[in-house]
Design a protein around this ligand. Structure first.
Ligand code: THU
Length: 137
């Protein structure tokens, strides 16, 4: 699975977004170390707070299925009904959820949907992170 293939699965997942309030549709595709992919989209709520981001939809679906070892996630987002044109970085809550299940070298792929991929890591996105390792010290 190449980074671009994972991005394309995130673009497909974005089609499932439920975004009546923000009109901002996000898709994610989460790759396990064994090569399985779990897709997710953002799912909004009229009370706003219960909204679930695409990344967390993908993570929680995978964790429910018993997955614990993750290699990479691709994330794309932009105005619903329009092609993606800008990078969509994960929100702070999603970065912390990633840190629960992933080490600092977990790969994060972002794309403008133009065939290019910006490759980064969880450590870049969440430096000096707090995790369960801190609780065990
Ligand atoms: N959103 C995501 O799905 N992932 C992110 O990391 C950034 C924000 C969603 C939440 C909300 O439905 C919409 O984008 C606008 O914030």
């Amino acid at each position: 699975m190449t980074p671009l293939e994972l991005v394309n699965l995130a673009i497909e997942a974005r089609e499932h977004a439920y975004v009546p309030y923000s009109g901002f549709a996000v898709g994610a595709a989460l790759l396990t170390k064994e090569g399985k992919v779990y897709q997710g989209c953002n799912i909004e709520n009229s009370a706003y707070g219960p909204t679930n981001c695409a990344e967390r939809t993908a993570f929680f679906t995978a964790v429910y299925q018993g997955e614990r070892d993750f290699e990479a996630i691709a994330i794309v987002g932009g105005k619903a009904g329009k092609p993606i044109s800008e990078l969509c970085a994960p929100c702070g809550v999603c970065r912390q959820v990633m840190r629960e299940f992933c080490k600092n070298d977990f790969k994060i792929y972002l794309s403008r949907g133009d065939g290019t991929v910006k490759e980064t890591t969880l450590e870049d996105m969440l430096p000096l992170s707090f995790s369960k390792d801190d609780l065990e010290r």
